[in-house]
Design a protein around this ligand. Structure first.
Ligand SMILES: Cc1cc2nc3c(=O)[nH]c(=O)nc-3n(C[C@H](O)[C@H](O)[C@H](O)COP(=O)(O)O)c2cc1C
Length: 176
């Protein structure tokens, strides 16, 4: 891959795009770790479950995630001066479901959390937390790519991550 597609050729390329259902089926085969992105926006805790989290750069330390432009959490998240990435542990499927559900107070009981060092909510019992400062955002298709500079990181339970695969949550089983 040497070049990006010029803007005037993207329409033609979209005509060759894969069938929507086949695309979704192929992506579902890709197992992913699960995080909850949290922030404090105008004094209100906000957060959403994401599998699009990725490491980006070691120096400077950058991470990223993609958020749907249609997300009702995004307008709150985008105004926050920092955000936290809560990397979920294998026994936190309920937390992941809760932070993907609409019409519930995601931070009400039984969610367990505390304000982090800069104010963004940190979920309890996660594998690790990263506290990030906004670094870049790019609109890509129907999502926004959010890149964060990691200001603080804390590892609690490096052992068993929560995974998402074929529409289901599960755990990682290492080879013996
Ligand atoms: C396993 C899983 C992974 C998800 N990953 C993402 C993601 O990477 N980006 C995103 O915008 N939404 C993702 N979602 C959807 C959001 O968690 C949430 O359902 C959506 O943002 C709707 O809520 P909102 O309108 O309050 O934001 C995911 C949902 C699930 C269950």
């Amino acid at each position: 891959m040497t070049e990006t597609l010029p803007a005037q050729e993207r329409g033609t390329a979209q005509g060759r795009a894969v069938d929507h259902d086949v695309f979704r089926q192929a992506l579902a085969v890709h197992a992913a770790g699960v995080v909850v992105i949290t922030a404090q926006s105008e004094g209100v805790p906000v957060g959403l479950t994401a599998t699009s989290f990725s490491s980006v750069s070691l120096d400077p330390p950058l991470v990223s995630f993609y958020v749907d432009q249609a997300s009702t959490t995004w307008p709150w998240l985008r105004t926050a001066d920092h955000f936290a990435v809560n990397i979920l542990a294998g026994d936190q499927a309920e937390v992941a479901s809760r932070f993907a559900r609409k019409g519930v107070d995601r931070f009400a009981e039984p969610t367990r959390w505390r304000p982090g060092p800069l104010g963004a909510p940190l979920l309890q019992d996660v594998s690790a937390h990263l506290v990030c400062l906004p670094y870049e955002t790019f609109t890509v298709g129907d999502h926004v790519l959010v890149v964060g500079l990691v200001a603080e990181a804390e590892v609690h339970k490096p052992g068993r991550p929560l995974l998402y695969h074929q529409g289901r949550f599960g755990r990682f089983i290492p080879h013996p």
